[in-house]
Design a protein around this ligand. Structure first.
Ligand code: SAH
Length: 360
């Protein structure tokens, strides 16, 4: 059983686990569902008003419902995107971003405090991995943002700080908790998971046959370039990654999406666009019929430490046109929250920097 500050972590539990826990306190089974739906609406033990005061007191002695606290909240004047810096029980901070789309409100959540993967352009990985998030901390971001906004969140993308497949078991547990009809009821079809390409875990995910959308952070079409910006490529190269994508599609029938960050002078020339089209077609369709994919082009968000700069608007447009003309479905990602430092890891990074300067 997971604990927080020595108490049972109720928000990480599913209904059967809650039943077992409450049974030890002499409670009937149906209490579990009550507690579960209160928690998933953002209510802590004190506020569970259809449960006797006595039981609430008893519960509080041995258990807690821990939501992340809003440390900072930035609202974009351009498009209403909201960026949260959430505080965790041990003083660590993570980021989540609330975005409004036509198809519903979407939240981008973090999966770890920091990240072990070392991608050269990414702010989240500077300083490495601090720790992985529990199921409650993954879920808590959705609940806390929904409660704070007072609007239903219908879609989730796991594209914030961290590598979700490096936190595999907790991510799977989170997916089942968030899809529970007694709670938020957000099904797999409304969830995207982005990975830098942990091949063994992609295969494991495929075996669970969930209907989530897999998003692959590719960022380069040849091993030399990819290894120079993504150390994970030294372990699993592009060929092995695209093989895993094929297996994932065969198992789930879900379209796969590829992220390609455009870095000026590094991977953004017309030659690279042609190479990308070739690599995808060759790597994915070699022994199978073409299946639906989509390439998201993202002009790199400049991170001071990386020294990389954004491709020009013209280069981005041209890159996109070439892919489409070669039969690869590609679009340029619309930038939301441009005025609030909304890209991955930058707010946490700014806070850590400010804290360390204050210490000096
Ligand atoms: N670890 C996962 C998910 C987190 S990052 C992954 O690698 O996919 C989410 C996406 O943002 C990834 O595609 C990542 O490569 C990209 N990203 C990270 N830093 C970026 C930056 N500075 N500019 C543009 N995209 C970035």
């Amino acid at each position: 059983m997971l604990t927080v500050n020595g108490k049972a972590d109720l928000l990480s539990m599913n209904i059967p686990e809650l039943e077992e826990f409450l049974c030890l306190l002499g409670e009937p089974k149906y209490r579990a569902k009550q507690v579960f739906s209160w928690m998933h609406r953002g209510v802590s033990i004190d506020g569970m008003t259809d449960i006797s005061k006595k039981l609430r007191e008893k519960l509080s002695e041995t258990a807690l419902v821990d939501f992340p606290s809003v440390e900072q909240k930035l609202v974009s004047k351009l498009d209403g995107t909201v960026k949260y810096l959430f505080g965790l029980h041990d003083g660590n901070v993570i980021e989540s971003v609330f975005m409004r789309y036509k198809h519903g409100n979407t939240i981008c959540i973090s999966s770890e405090v920091g990240c072990p993967m070392g991608c050269k352009f990414c702010a989240s990985t500077i300083g490495g991995l601090v720790r992985r998030l529990s199921p409650a901390e993954l879920l808590g971001q959705v609940i806390a943002a929904q409660r704070d906004m007072g609007e239903r969140i219908s879609n989730i993308v796991m594209m914030g700080i961290g590598e979700p497949l490096d936190n595999f078991d907790n991510t799977l547990k989170f997916l089942s908790l968030v899809g529970d009809p007694s709670g938020l009821n957000i099904g797999s079809r409304h969830i995207s998971l982005s990975t830098c390409g942990l091949v063994d875990k992609i295969d494991e995910l495929a075996r669970h046959d969930l209907q989530i959308t897999l998003s692959i952070s590719l960022h380069a079409a040849d091993d030399e370039t990819r290894s120079s910006i993504m150390p994970v490529n030294n372990k699993w190269n592009i060929e092995s990654l695209l093989d895993a994508c094929r297996r994932y599609f065969a198992a789930t029938g879900r379209r796969i999406s590829f992220e390609y960050t455009l870095i000026a002078g590094k991977n953004d020339s017309p030659e690279y666009a042609k190479r990308l089209a070739h690599t995808l077609k060759h790597g994915l369709y070699r022994s199978s019929k073409p299946f639906p994919i989509h390439v998201n082009l993202i002009p790199v968000n400049e991170v001071e430490e990386s020294g990389f700069s954004r491709s020009s608007g013209d280069a981005v447009k041209k890159f996109c046109e070439i892919l489409n003309s070669l039969g690869v479905n590609a679009t340029v990602r619309r930038k939301l929250g441009g005025d609030i430092n909304a890209s991955c890891g930058q707010l946490r990074r700014a806070k850590l920097k400010a804290d360390s300067e204050a210490d000096e």
